[in-house]
Ligand binder design. Structure first.
Ligand SMILES: *[C@@H]1O[C@H](CO)[C@@H](O)[C@H](O)[C@H]1NC(C)=O
Ligand SMILES: *[C@@H]1O[C@H](CO)[C@@H](O)[C@H](O)[C@H]1NC(C)=O
Ligand SMILES: *[C@@H]1O[C@H](CO)[C@@H](O)[C@H](O)[C@H]1NC(C)=O
Ligand SMILES: *[C@@H]1O[C@H](CO)[C@@H](O)[C@H](O)[C@H]1NC(C)=O
Length: 592
C-alpha cells in the first residue's frame, strides 16, 4: 500500500522531531556538557512547576556602563552622581519589539500576559510553568540532577532551544542550564568550647602593628571581636552621625536567618551600647525567619553580628532568601511579595557571603547577573562579596580528591574562581589572619575565566603578573581575567553567638560583612558631610593604589594541588590591596 504524500511527510516530520529532540522550527540556544559532580536521576515530573525567567536584551546597557564608570571614578567631575531607579530602568529597558515578540510567543503557547510577571524595566519576564509545557516550548527535556557530594537535587537540562525569530528578542532563559547554587563561604566553624566571657580589652601590653601606629589587644591574635577590628582598622571612637539616612544590609541564602536572641547575647558580650537594638528582616522568595533557635544559620548570625556590631547604630537589614540559586535581584517569581531592590531607597552597602564556582553558571547568565550588580552600583550601592574559601580552587591539597577540573567536557585542570566575586562590578573581599596580619591560607583569589579585566585593575594587576616568574601556573588561570580579591579583612577566630553559645567561626564569610561595616562607616562620614554614598567601590580602591590600606605581604592560599599565589607588596590575588585603615580612608573619602 502506498502511503499518501501528506501522511508520509507527517511521519517524516514526526521522526525528525524525535531524532533531534526538538521540533524543527526551534533553534538550539545553549548546550552544555553534563556538569561534574551531578548525577542524572531521570526525567523531572511533568507537573513540577519551574519559574522560567526570560531575559530580554538591554540595548542601552553600554550607556549604563559608561555612566557607572564616570560616577565611580573619584577623579571624574561626575563622581558620586548616582542614577535614580528610573534612570537605571530606562537604561536596561528592552526594545518594544522584543517585549511584543516575547508576549506573542508566550501567547502562542496559551500563556496570557496576566500570567507573566515583568520586572519594572520590563527586561525580565517570569512565568511559572509545569515541566511538560516548558519542555515543549524549549524543545528540551528537564531532568533531576543530584549533587554527588552534598545531595542537593536540581531540576535542570543540558540544552534548550527557541524559535529562530526570537534570537534578537531573548537573551537567555533560566533556570535551564545553570547548575550554580548559593554556598556559604565558611571553611572553619568550630564548636570547641570558647570562654563564656570575651577576652578583656583592658590589657596594658598591646600589640603594636608595625608602620601604622595602631595598637591592638594581644587576645585579638586568637579571638576576633568587634573591638579588635575597630582597633586594628583604626576606627576606635568613631561615632556614626548619619543614622537617619545611612544603612547596611546583609544577605542570607538557603533559607538561613539570623537569630535575634543570639544577637542580643553578642551585643551584651561585645557591643553593650547596642543591647536592645535589632534589625529589619526582609523575606525574599521563600526566605525564612521563624527564629527557632536551633534553626538559625551560623552564616547569618556571623554576618549580622559583625556587620551590625561594627557599624552600630547604623540601621541594618537582613535579606533572607529562599530558593536556590537566586543571585538575581530583579527576577523574582510572581508570588514573591518582596522586591527589595525595587524600593527607591536601598541600603548603601550590601554584603553577601555566598557564591559558587564560576563555571557552574553559564557565561551568558553570569554576564546578565553581573549587569544587575552594575545597576545597583549605578544607584549608589556598594556590593561586597566574600572571595571564597578555597584559595585558587577548592583548597584541597590532595590531587586525588581535589576538584579543580573544568566542566566543559574537556576535564582540564584549572584554577576555579567563584561567581559573583568574579563579576567586575562587585568588590571581592579576601581573608587575613593573626596580628601582624598574614593572608589566610583559604583566602579565595585568582582570575575570572568569564570577565575581562576592567580598566581600573590594569595597572595594579599588571604589576603583580609581571612580578611572577615566567610561566608560573601557565594554562591554569586566565591572565586577562578580572582579578580577585580587591581587598581583604580578618577572617578567622571570630567570636560569635550561635544557638545561645559563644563559638569561633571563620572564612571569608567573616571578612565580607566586616569590611562592609567599615564601608558603612565611611558612607556615614560622607553622608554626614552632605556627600553621596560611595557606591561602586572598586574604581576608587584602585585609584588609591594601596593608600588607606594595610598591605599584606606574607602568606599564600594553596589550592588545586598547588601552593597558589603569594601575598606580595602591592595588590595580589590573595589579599587584594590589603585591609582597611578606616581613619585614613575617612579623611580620603571626604576629599572627593
Ligand atoms: C599571633 O599568632 C601567630 C600564629 O600563632 C604568631 O605567629 C604571631 O607571632 C602572633 N603575634 C603576636 C603579636 O604574638
Ligand atoms: C524554621 O525555618 C527553617 C529554615 O531555616 C526550617 O528548616 C524549619 O522547618 C522552620 N521551623 C518551623 C517551626 O517553621
Ligand atoms: C577528570 O580528571 C581527573 C584527574 O585526571 C579524574 O580524577 C576525574 O575522574 C576526571 N573526571 C571526569 C568526569 O572525567
Ligand atoms: C611564592 O613565594 C615562594 C617563596 O618566596 C616562592 O618560592 C614561590 O615561587 C612563590 N610562588 C609564586 C606563585 O609566586
Amino acid at each position: 500500500m502506498r502511503i499518501s504524500a501528506p501522511f508520509g511527510s507527517f511521519l517524516l516530520a514526526a521522526f525528525a522531531s524525535v531524532a533531534s529532540g526538538a521540533p524543527r522550527t526551534l533553534k538550539l540556544r545553549q548546550s552544555i556538557a553534563p556538569p561534574r559532580n551531578w548525577v542524572d536521576l531521570g526525567p523531572a515530573p511533568p507537573t513540577h512547576v519551574i519559574p522560567l525567567r526570560i531575559a530580554l536584551p538591554q540595548p542601552r546597557f553600554p550607556e549604563l556602563e559608561e555612566h557607572l564608570t564616570e560616577i565611580s571614578d573619584p577623579f571624574h567631575e561626575r563622581y558620586g552622581e548616582h542614577l535614580s531607579k528610573e534612570d537605571v530602568e530606562a537604561l536596561v529597558a528592552p526594545h518594544p519589539s522584543s517585549v511584543n515578540a516575547v508576549h506573542e510567543w508566550l501567547e502562542s503557547h496559551g500563556i496570557r500576559k496576566e500570567a507573566c510577571h515583568r520586572s519594572p524595566a520590563g527586561d525580565w519576564v517570569t512565568v511559572r510553568l509545569p515541566v511538560a509545557q516548558a519542555e515543549k516550548m524549549l524543545g528540551t527535556e528537564f531532568r533531576m540532577w543530584k549533587h554527588t557530594q552534598d545531595g542537593d537535587v536540581l531540576v535542570r537540562t543540558t540544552e534548550y532551544s527557541l524559535p529562530a525569530h526570537l534570537d534578537k528578542h531573548i537573551e537567555l532563559i533560566q533556570p535551564t542550564t545553570a547548575f550554580n547554587r548559593a554556598k556559604g563561604q565558611h571553611t572553619t566553624f568550630r564548636f570547641s568550647p570558647v570562654p563564656d566571657v570575651a577576652p578583656s580589652s583592658l590589657s596594658d601590653d598591646k600589640i603594636s602593628v608595625e608602620g601604622s601606629g595602631v595598637t591592638v589587644d594581644p587576645s585579638c591574635n586568637t579571638t576576633i571581636t568587634v573591638s579588635c577590628l575597630k582597633q586594628l582598622y583604626n576606627a576606635v571612637g568613631y561615632v556614626p552621625k548619619a543614622t537617619n539616612k545611612n544603612a547596611i544590609a546583609l544577605t542570607g541564602y538557603l533559607e538561613e536567618f539570623a537569630n535575634f536572641a543570639d544577637l542580643q547575647q553578642f551585643y551584651a558580650d561585645q557591643v553593650p551600647a547596642a543591647v536592645g537594638s535589632s534589625f529589619d528582616v526582609v523575606l525574599i522568595n521563600g526566605g525564612q525567619n521563624n527564629q527557632t533557635l536551633d534553626e538559625a544559620g551560623p552564616e547569618a548570625d556571623l554576618d549580622v553580628q559583625f556587620g551590625l556590631g561594627i557599624s552600630f547604630p547604623t540601621p541594618g537589614t537582613f535579606y533572607s532568601t529562599g530558593g536556590r540559586p537566586p543571585f538575581i535581584p530583579d527576577a523574582n517569581t510572581p508570588e514573591n511579595t518582596n522586591e527589595p531592590y525595587q524600593d527607591h531607597k536601598i541600603p548603601q552597602v550590601i554584603s553577601t557571603s555566598y557564591a559558587d564556582d564560576e563555571q557552574t553558571v553559564p557565561v551568558d547568565f553570569a554576564r546578565r547577573v553581573c549587569g544587575e550588580f552594575a545597576q545597583l552600583g549605578a544607584r549608589g550601592v556598594s556590593l561586597l562579596f566574600s572571595s571564597g574559601d578555597g584559595g585558587v580552587g577548592d583548597g584541597d591539597p590532595d590531587p586525588a580528591t581535589q576538584t579543580c577540573f573544568t566542566n566543559d567536557g574537556k576535564n582540564q585542570t584549572k584554577f576555579i574562581p567563584l561567581f559573583p566575586p568574579s563579576c567586575p562590578f562587585v568588590t571581592a573581599v579576601g581573608g587575613t589572619v593573626h596580628i601582624p596580619e598574614v593572608a589566610a591560607d583559604f583566602s579565595g583569589g585568582g582570575f575570572s575565566n568569564y570577565f575581562l579585566r576592567p580598566i581600573w585593575q590594569q595597572v595594579a594587576v599588571g604589576k603583580f603578573l609581571a612580578s611572577l616568574p615566567k610561566g608560573t601556573y601557565a594554562g591554569l588561570f586566565n591572565p586577562l581575567g578580572r582579578a580577585i580579591p580587591d581587598v581583604s579583612a580578618q577572617s578567622n577566630f571570630f567570636r560569635i553567638f550561635f544557638q545561645g553559645r559563644a563559638v569561633h567561626i571563620g572564612g571569608t564569610s567573616a571578612a565580607a560583612p566586616s569590611f562592609a561595616a567599615f564601608v558603612a562607616l565611611l558612607n556615614d562620614a560622607r553622608i554626614a558631610a552632605g556627600k553621596p554614598s560611595l557606591g561602586f567601590l572598586s574604581p576608587l580602591i584602585y585609584a588609591l593604589n594601596g593608600v588607606g590600606f594595610h598591605d599584606i605581604t606574607a602568606g599564600n592560599a594553596p589550592g588545586c594541588g598547588t601552593p597558589g599565589f603569594n601575598a606580595t607588596a602591592g595588590w595580589d590575588p590573595v589579599t587584594g590591596f590589603g585591609t582597611p585603615d578606616f581613619g585614613k580612608l575617612k579623611d580620603i573619602v571626604l576629599k572627593f
